[in-house]
Design a protein around this ligand. Structure first.
Ligand code: PEP
Ligand code: MG
Length: 325
């Protein structure tokens, strides 16, 4: 099977119905960079910047971060890299930050909430990213945006840093894309203006699923209890795809479900055209996508919804098995 996936590396994820799906990889450490070539990823759909903070025992310096980010961009050789700003909370405690005792860390003071309340680190990170890009495109996304005002505030902070760097005579990025991660159901119902103002949206499926079903992704007892192919969740994804289509907002999906072939095919059937996953998943996902007619799969999902099924998985698996015969 490994050889089969290697053979697919340079082929596009072109479905039987002629849709091209962009398969990207998730990364966060320098050790992930060689996978950019090996996996056939079209870019880095999610670069988890907090990993660089978590592996140190003191706060990294701006210059150090700028060097790291520049290395990532160089390794990407022109492919798009979406840098997700720091996503820490009281579950991912930095050894050099005062721990916060919170009853519900996943729903607590984390990610962009920390970034906006204590903007020093976010500012430093924005400066490092701008300096790393110099003349290259820069893509920044904010984690855990729950309402429009948070996105506006975070983007303003980045734009202020851009102005500051400009006034210091530092070469600026060739262009700047700023997007939001959709990880809380609230954002799927944000006003149209939100969808118009973001350069792109990336669904953080791990958190979105956790909050959609109110099931802790860290809790072994419940983490696998609810299925992504539950028809309520598929309908919800369809709603998000529709909202983005109204405003022509680019939409992608990162999160572990994108790396599971059957789930990935269903995401594509629901209208997702960019999926970001761990590098080792790209081969298996591409292999299934290239054998799938998304319209046929979508018809199966729609029928499951209309028939009032709770979960589309049985009919999807049945249909996929019949396709491969
Ligand atoms: C997600 O929530 O799906 C996501 C991609 O971010 P993380 O897994 O780092 O929370
Ligand atoms: Mg998340």
């Amino acid at each position: 099977a490994q050889q089969r996936y290697a053979d697919l590396r340079d082929l596009p994820a072109l479905t039987l119905c002629g849709e091209q799906i962009s398969l990207q990889m998730n990364a966060g450490l320098m050790a992930d960079l060689p996978s950019l070539e090996g996996s056939g990823a079209e870019g880095v759909g999610l670069f988890r910047t907090e990993l660089q903070f978590l592996i140190r025992n003191q706060m990294p310096k701006r210059a150090e971060l700028a060097t790291l980010y520049a290395r990532v961009m160089e390794a990407a050789r022109g492919r798009r890299v979406a840098f997700r700003t720091l996503d820490i909370g009281s579950d991912k405690v930095l050894p050099y930050m005062k721990p916060n005792d919170e009853p519900n860390p996943a729903m607590g003071w984390r990610a962009i909430r920390v970034g906006l309340d204590k903007p020093g680190v976010l500012r430093m990170q924005a400066q490092a990213l701008i300096r790393a890009a110099r003349g290259r495109p820069l893509v920044i996304m904010f984690p855990f945006i729950a309402e429009t005002s948070e996105f506006i505030a975070a983007r303003k902070l980045v734009m202020e840093q851009l102005e500051r760097e400009r006034s210091l005579g530092i070469p600026l990025p060739e262009r700047l894309e700023i997007g939001a991660m959709l990880e809380t159901p609230s954002l799927a119902y944000a006003p149209r203006s939100f969808f118009e103002m973001v350069d792109f949206i990336s669904i953080g499926g791990n958190d979105l699923r956790q909050f959609f079903f109110a099931a802790d992704r860290e809790n072994e007892r419940v983490r696998r209890r609810y299925d992504m192919l539950n028809t309520s969740f598929l309908n919800f994804l369809g709603h998000i795809v529709g909202r983005c289509a109204e405003t022509a907002t680019p939409l992608s999906f990162c999160g572990e479900d994108a790396g599971r072939p059957v789930e990935a095919a269903c995401l594509a059937a629901m209208g997702l055209r960019t999926l970001s996953m761990r590098p080792a998943s790209i081969g298996p996902v591409k292999s299934l996508l290239r054998r799938t007619d998304l319209q046929g799969l979508r018809a199966v999902i729609d029928a499951a919804c209309e028939e009032g099924r709770e979960n589309a998985r049985p009919v999807v698996m049945d249909w996929l098995a019949r396709q491969s015969n």
